[in-house]
Design a protein around this ligand. Structure first.
Ligand code: SF4
Length: 386
């Protein structure tokens, strides 16, 4: 077997919770590609893939999975993909990245599959249904299939079409809602209105699919943060999605929004301001049963997660606890969290060694470069993740 004969296409990103999913690419890049905060597909051209191309990739992925199971049999593990099989495969050079990713998928055994790239609902319903059925036929062990789409694309599909897509095997759609406030949506060139977000979300749910809405704290800047928090919550109150996922805005130089930050027309929220904003956002969520997650490393407070309505107070308490910390501890927590060492404000006392290390690091930076140096250090650290 050679690498050339045995590979298939994969795209650049997937949601954080799909890290262990089988990744298959149904379309390439983003058909919209204009959001000012998004660096992912800039300078890459969108293209549809043909039904034949996609089927060929699915067949290749199937052949790889069978090949990997055959390796397991040969090693005496009866088809199981365990530590020995995975290290045997990873130690052999010449396997494509796709082959290795299938091996990892079988090893983790999640049964889930994420379809890349940014907006697969843009495919003709007939084509999408055909490839989804093929995928389910070739991989009966898959238990969940999810994809990204845009509200603007979803509103163009009828509920009947969405039902056909669900019946063919698509279980969940991730949508980048980002904001429910029209002036913010316009400013960041999302290409969609809050009314369209509501219509799209309601249609997905009516069609019987799971819906995951991404929202972006910070996207209103200091100019519109209150309206952004309140109106976004109000839009979500009308949709009641299964999942609300928080991913805070960060603006490194490579994203177009940086220009507005530079010319002073957009002012970033500080981390402390973001805490106020998320508090207001969660307070405004009412009458829904969504599960909230903050599983992105760019989020300051990962513990803002739980099911509404029962966990609402618990989530608000996480934020209040951060707000009540002395300023110096908030700073230490920010560095620990955004540097990947802390997952909770409790870690400040739970892990004294890290606390002391971060404290002395900050004292050094502050002595040399002042508080601006500290803020720059934190910004540079977080911008790596974008
Ligand atoms: S629709 Fe999504 S992928 Fe496309 S530019 Fe906007 S955020 Fe990026």
């Amino acid at each position: 077997m050679t690498e050339n004969l045995f590979s298939f296409e994969q795209g650049p990103i997937r949601p954080p919770n799909e890290a262990r999913s089988l990744l298959l690419r149904f379309t390439r890049n983003c058909p919209w590609n204009q959001c000012l905060f998004c660096p992912v597909y800039k300078n890459r051209k969108f293209s549809l893939r043909t039904v034949d191309e996609i089927k060929k990739d699915i067949q290749t992925a199937r052949d790889m999975a069978d090949d990997i199971k055959a390796v397991s049999w040969k090693l005496g593990f009866s088809g199981a993909i365990n530590d020995q099989v995975i290290s045997h495969i990873l130690n052999i050079s010449g396997h494509s990245q796709g082959y290795q990713s299938i091996a990892a998928w079988l090893y983790y055994g999640t049964g889930s599959c994420f379809l890349q790239d940014a907006d697969n609902l843009v495919m003709k319903t007939r084509d999408l249904v055909e490839v989804l059925k093929y995928l389910r036929e070739k991989f009966p062990e898959i238990t969940r299939v999810t994809t990204y789409s845009r509200s603007r694309t979803v509103v163009r599909k009828s509920v009947d079409s969405l039902k056909q897509i669900r019946e063919a095997g698509l279980d969940r759609i991730h949508i980048g809602l980002e904001s429910g406030y029209d002036p913010v949506l316009k400013l960041i060139k999302k290409g969609v209105t809050s009314a369209q977000h509501i219509e799209a979300g309601q249609k997905v749910i009516q069609a019987g699919m799971e819906l995951s809405e991404y929202i972006m704290p910070g996207l209103g800047g200091q100019e519109m943060w209150k309206e952004h928090a309140v109106e976004t919550a109000m839009v979500l109150n009308r949709i009641n999605p299964h999942f609300i996922r928080l991913r805070s805005l960060r603006v490194p130089k490579k994203v177009p929004l940086y220009e507005k930050v530079k010319d002073g027309t957009f002012t970033m929220q500080t981390d402390d301001m973001l805490a106020d904003e998320i508090l207001l956002f969660i307070e405004t969520l009412e009458g829904i049963t969504s599960t909230i997650t903050s599983d992105h490393i760019m989020n300051l407070l990962e513990e803002v997660s739980g099911r509404l309505p029962e966990d609402k107070e618990k989530m608000l308490d996480v934020i209040r606890k951060y707000q009540e910390l002395p300023e110096s501890d908030r700073l230490i927590y920010r560095v620990g969290r955004l540097g990947g060492a802390y997952r909770s404000t409790d870690d400040l006392t739970r892990d004294p060694a890290t606390y002391e290390k971060v404290k002395s690091l900050l004292q050094d930076i502050q002595a040399k470069e002042g508080i601006h140096g500290v803020e720059k250090f934190i910004t540079d650290m977080v911008d790596r993740y974008v």
